[in-house]
Write a protein that binds this ligand. Structure first.
Ligand code: SF4
Length: 195
């Protein structure tokens, strides 16, 4: 029987953050998370999502001419084998599959791209990937992320956005000037006011 996976939403937009910023992409947002961050803006709490079969997802995303697929959450890795199966199925349809994770579980399967975005007070165990994306909560917090940098090809700090304003920009500028391997990632979709 086709496995079911809880989907909060599935939509076509552009990747707004990090290395692939500006790339048209499908987003598959899976329900559920193992953390409970204060600043969470994902409607995953108290929303179990809609159970969808992998075939249902393929019928929409797999046959689309859009090549890039981002699986996000919530925290997608909590779905373990079902997530691995979904990634493999999308790859069989020729898709480039990126996973966005908080890094609290190891990824043992082979997505095409791994973005780790650590969250405060959580233990990152996924120590390698393509992209490390750190929210600039404050300078002390970001300085505490240097030990993770070695395992990633691309390093980003991202300003927190509140009511349309990006916070801590002077401190972010100082940080990247002092640490030139890091780049600034802004949430392009928020600037463009697209989903
Ligand atoms: S890890 Fe992400 S989805 Fe989970 S609670 Fe934190 S911000 Fe929300």
């Amino acid at each position: 029987m086709d496995k079911l996976i809880p989907v909060l939403e599935m939509f076509l937009s552009i990747q707004g953050e990090g290395y692939w910023s500006g790339m048209p992409a499908w987003f598959i947002r899976l329900a559920g998370c193992n953390l409970n961050c204060d600043f969470c803006d994902t409607p995953t709490k108290n929303n179990p999502g809609k159970m969808m079969s992998i075939n249902d997802i393929l019928a929409e995303v797999g046959i689309s001419k859009i090549y890039h697929v981002v699986i996000t959450g919530g925290e997608p890795t909590i779905h373990k084998a079902k997530l691995a199966e979904l990634v493999f199925a999308l790859q069989c349809f020729g898709k480039f599959v990126a996973i966005e994770t908080n890094g609290t579980s190891n990824i043992w399967f082979n997505p095409d791209w791994i973005t780790v975005s650590p969250k405060p007070h959580s233990n990152v165990v996924q120590l390698c990937g393509n992209e490390l994306k750190v929210l600039f909560l404050n300078r002390e917090y970001v300085d505490g992320m240097h030990h993770l940098a070695e395992g990633f090809e691309h390093l980003y700090v991202q300003p927190v956005e509140r009511d349309g304003v990006f916070l801590n920009i002077p401190d972010i500028m100082d940080f990247v000037k002092e640490n030139p391997k890091w780049r600034v990632s802004v949430q392009l979709h928020k600037i463009l006011v697209v989903r």
